[in-house]
Design a protein around this ligand. Sequence first.
Ligand code: HEC
Length: 133
Amino acid sequence: MIKKPSPAYALSLCLLGCGLVASAAHAADSDWKRGRIYYRQVCTACHTAELKKPIAPNDRTQAEWAAYLKADKHGKGKDTVKHYFSSQYRDSIKAKNAAAAKYANLPEKDLIEDVRAFLHKSAKDGDSPAGCS
Ligand code: HEC
């Protein structure tokens, strides 16, 4: 005899399904390609200039990037990561930086989500780990 799944099981499957749909919709809202452009042209450009080497997305895991962005302490707490997404910062470099000029009017939170999506995808354990960007 085939055992019918219990209602609790069916409910948990449904909740799981809804969760996946919600997170897929959330991911689709952010634009990892835009995030990649910003990360490469703004974040990496400065790391390469000042540190003499890029900070590769695949240096860290998805969880490490998520924690880093959440903590919002850049340069061991000397400033914030948000600062480098702010419209003031973009304004201050846009004359010399094409990505900052291109995204000058984008809301800060959209830009953060885009870079977050790029780092998630390109992390050590992401879908397509990215080395030197
Ligand atoms: C104007 C230059 C500059 C820009 C722009 C910049 N960084 Fe940095 N970043 C640095 C320097 C310098 C360090 C090393 C700081 C230290 O070790 O004291 C650093 C360090 C880091 C580190 C290593 C951990 C830490 O915080 O020390 C990460 C991760 C990082 N930056 C992420 C980013 C991201 C993401 C962006 C873009 C949104 C960004 N940075 C933009 C200069 C910059």
